[in-house]
Unconditional design. Structure first.
Length: 112
């Protein structure tokens, strides 16, 4: 069994949740999103994030706007829609339940 493949699958499973969480406080462009994920040690490449952002936009969870940049071409800023905020609230609840369950199972020797 390839441990790197398993670890990559675990990261991919939470990437959507993490991206929506990054955009919870403020709109951001792709480089900012990637930097935030990398700072948190969730290593992701642009080729993974761009299609995911497009899918989230097409699903109505994100919107975007173009903004001029003083240091280059215009930037596409992504933000949560109201539906995206509601979706994130549900994901937060599910994550808490799942995280609690996994922590209980992985930190206890016996569950009765």
């Amino acid at each position: 069994m390839n441990i790197e493949n398993t670890k990559a699958q675990m990261r991919k499973g939470v990437l959507e949740f993490c991206i929506l969480s990054v955009l919870k406080e403020k709109d951001a462009y792709t480089s900012e999103i990637l930097d935030t994920l990398k700072t948190a040690k969730l290593l992701v490449v642009e080729g993974t994030v761009y299609p995911l952002l497009t899918r989230l936009k097409n699903d109505g969870l994100l919107n975007y706007r173009w903004e001029e940049s003083v240091s280059g071409p215009p930037r596409k800023y992504y933000g949560l829609t109201e539906e995206g905020r509601e979706f994130l609230t549900e994901l937060n609840s599910t994550w808490t339940e799942l995280s609690d369950a996994v922590n209980l199972i992985t930190t206890k020797k016996k569950i009765r």
